[in-house]
Design a protein around this ligand. Structure first.
Ligand SMILES: Cc1cc2nc3c(=O)[nH]c(=O)nc-3n(C[C@H](O)[C@H](O)[C@H](O)COP(=O)(O)OP(=O)(O)OC[C@H]3O[C@@H](n4cnc5c(N)ncnc54)[C@H](O)[C@@H]3O)c2cc1C
Length: 401
């Protein structure tokens, strides 16, 4: 029986372990944490958005420039396959109102428990607290805190670098850079941005949700949620634009996001409403009554104009409908949901085997793709793992015995 080593016990590593075990191989999973899939469990705290129900041709566009690269893997392990796999583990799935797919339990722990039991039942073994560092001269896998291990085929499924305390800390980049593998720098994706709030605003509004709101950056407008934080702004609406905002900040030093703080009414109609005499009402009260603005949205107006009540109705309506929010920097990667960057496409073959290290495959978030939240991250993670594992099975079939 051939020995397959999987380094990284996140969703990519565990999915590959399953495919290899089903093909009859001896599979050992190594992870430097004391338990598997910590980030997957954390994703479960938000309901575990496994995938999305939109048509596959739309779905694939979410991967931007990586679409062509990932399409064969996702076409071979589709969102429907992922749902069937989840249900095969006793976890019914459902489509939420936004088209996102979740397990009915809205968490990862029952799914992971059933999955681990099935993996162990099929003979997969696990070695925790094993911190992989690379290869020795004899080609054995090395660990900073354990003996080197020989394997006939290896999968690296070490994740990106967001939320490093959950395990994926990007430390793997060192070992692969030594091999000469090109790695696009790991950068925050689906994260928030720093805004220079005034002390007054920060104290009053940090922790409050901003809704309803439309976000516009260049030619893209979308509706979404956002949360004001001590240091800036985060949330689904911001995450969806985070890659373009991040690139703009890299190129220009700052990115100007435009907020429509009063969607559903035209600027002219809003100006008309704001022409009503205030009749002794405070500005905040007037804004709430005539413009339907929350105290938070009114607070935002004061961030750019000390006395917005002095503005003419047209100018005030314009400020509300086209509120400029300068973003200074992306939040650090340790707060981001996922990472952009990773092993670039040119370094792997169609089955995700490293061209510079035959017999070593890579999958999941450590590859250089990014996608918005909505289930696209886990779908590509699982699909690339299935593709890599099938590649490993083929590789072993061809390897001299
Ligand atoms: C808060 C949060 C919520 C999320 N919610 C969702 C969601 O709802 N839907 C969605 O699609 N995605 C979500 N994601 C993203 C998703 O969890 C990841 O994309 C996914 O976990 C990536 O899987 P992976 O197997 O590639 O890497 P990881 O899950 O990061 O697993 C990598 C594994 O490798 C191990 N490892 C790393 N380095 C070493 C080493 N040197 N030696 C040994 N082991 C090592 C780590 O300990 C870890 O177990 C969320 C992420 C976060 C942080």
């Amino acid at each position: 029986m051939s020995k397959a080593a999987i380094i990284g016990g996140g969703p990519a590593g565990l999915m590959a372990a399953e495919v290899l075990a089903q093909a009859g191989h001896d599979v050992m999973v190594f992870d430097h944490k004391p338990t598997p899939a910590r980030k997957f469990l954390m994703a479960g705290r938000g309901g575990l958005n496994l995938t999305h129900s939109e048509p596959l041709e739309n779905f694939l566009t979410r991967y931007g420039t990586a679409q062509d690269w990932l399409a064969p893997a996702i076409n071979a392990f589709t969102p429907a396959d992922l749902r069937a796999w989840c249900e095969g583990l006793g976890q019914e799935t459902f489509v939420g109102s936004s088209g996102r797919v979740f397990p009915r339990a809205m968490k990862a722990s029952p799914l992971l428990r059933a999955w681990m039991a099935r993996l162990e039942g099929s003979g997969v073994t696990f070695r925790y607290n094993h911190d992989w560092t690379g290869w020795d001269k004899a080609g054995k896998l090395t660990f900073s805190n354990a003996d080197a291990v020989t394997a006939d085929v290896t999968l690296l499924a070490l994740g990106g670098a967001s939320w490093p305390k959950l395990g994926s800390d990007g430390g793997w980049t060192k070992a692969l850079a030594q091999l000469g593998v090109t790695i696009s720098p790991l950068r925050p994706a689906n994260g928030g941005f720093i805004v220079n709030w005034s002390e007054v605003f920060r104290t009053k509004f940090a922790g409050q949700p901003l809704k309803p709101v439309l976000f516009t950056f260049k030619d893209r407008t979308l509706q979404g949620e956002a949360m004001i934080t001590e240091r800036g702004i985060e949330g689904g609406g911001i995450y969806a634009l985070s890659s373009v905002l991040r690139e703009e900040i890299t190129a220009a030093g700052t990115a100007m996001l435009t907020l429509d703080l009063r969607p559903g009414i035209t600027e002219d109609a809003l100006a008309d409403k704001l022409s009503t005499p205030a009749r002794g009402k405070s500005f905040a009260e007037f804004m709430r009554k005539e413009a339907g603005l929350s105290p938070l949205a009114t607070g935002l107006l004061r961030e750019v104009n000390r006395n917005p009540g002095q503005l003419q109705p047209d100018a005030l309506a314009q400020l509300i409908k086209r509120f400029p929010l300068p973003l200074q920097a992306a939040f650090p990667i340790d707060r981001a949901i996922s990472s952009a960057g990773g092993i670039v496409r040119g370094e792997v073959d169609a089955r995700f085997m490293l061209l510079k290290k035959p017999g070593v495959f890579v999958a999941g978030e450590m590859l250089d793709w990014e996608a918005p939240t909505g289930g696209y991250l886990l779908q590509a993670t699982f699909a690339t793992a299935v593709a890599a594992a099938k590649g490993m099975v083929e590789y072993l079939a061809k390897a001299p015995k």
